[in-house]
Design a binder for this molecule. Sequence first.
Ligand code: NVA
Length: 310
Amino acid sequence: MTLRHFLRDDDITASEQAQILDLALELKASRHAHQPLAGPRAVALIFDKPTLRTQLSFATGVAELGGYPVTVDGRLAQIGERESISDTAKVLGRQVRAIVWRTAGQDRIQEMAANAGVPVVNALTDDFHPCQILADLLTLREHLGDLPGQRFTYLGDGANNMAHSYLLGGALAGLHVTIATPASHQPDPAILARAAELAAAQGGSVTVTDDPVAAVAGARAVATDTWVSMGMESEKSGRTGSESPFVPFTVTAELMATAAPDAVFLHCLPAYRGVEVTAEVIDGPQSVVWDEAENRLHAQKALLTWLLTR
Ligand code: NVA
């Protein structure tokens, strides 16, 4: 078995992504159908940043796969400070079947993967949130049907982890991905270029615009995220105040009305009503955010099963 990791959305191919989504649907229908962690075997869940959904869904998922989660508080472990990342990776790799890590720098999780000897999964870094995108794609499959060719629009911080993961993961799925963001918060050019290459191969496309109205017109799915990602708390007033460059990108009912009539609204949560989205939209009939939150469980179980049994 070749060791594989999931550190960014394009660590898997388009067909592997489709296989994982198929497996997620199977596991959603039959929660205990696969038991790759029977034994039980352990999975380390390490959190250097706050968490609710990710800890809950991975802990529940690991148990449902026959294993047990060992949750590590990053404030106690102080990985990279008290002990090097590579030493930590070697210690963990001798005891657990997989490592799930939420941390800041992408370089940190890359170093963990290079030294662990077991699959490492990105549970959010500053650059990517690939498990969330698997859950979102699963949700879109359930609500919209086949993914290739669907028009997907994200509004908000175009330089954050969600925007980057939507670009890569959405491109792999064959979506037409539009990122609507102010000129001051453009996606990383290297990630955008990679996404364009992936999209071309799958028959989709990627577009970045600062025009929220044009971006949403006719879209089948509209997504947003907090304007203040974890680690950016000191920038909160500039990002959320009345002078914020993101204000025109708020998802309102008026904006949603210009999307396709059956369009769905996605938000990875936590959400701030009245900031990036109005309560009317997130609590309204087009919102699929609770399905999306539940689908973290099924998508991550499928990912772990695929990584452990392929
Ligand atoms: N961009 C957000 C996603 C939260 C799930 C953050 O990094 O805080």
